[in-house]
Design a protein around this ligand. Sequence first.
Ligand code: SF4
Length: 100
Amino acid sequence: MTLEEKVLDYVRSRRKGALQSDIWKKFDIDSRKCSRIITNLEQNGLVYKKSEVANGRRTYRILSRYGLLMANDMVSPCCGCTGECVPEYCVHLSGWLLKL
Ligand code: SF4
């Protein structure tokens, strides 16, 4: 697994994403390298970032573009579904929600 994949996994594993300043500390890399990784992920449409102030310093919160459609490694069954939709009784949706 590449460092970029590890960073993406880390961001995806966190419901509220991760602060860029925490990512470079966690992976023991400098902020410039972290910034390049985030830029690559962003250009590939895998993450997006929001400006945020943490501990008095400006940083970015990195969020997965597909985080809300994923439960562990399973894509939401609603993606592309053409079934008659009654979410309260949908076994596919219930099964997926149990994985959250
Ligand atoms: S709730 Fe069930 S039926 Fe409705 S869109 Fe999702 S998977 Fe399809």
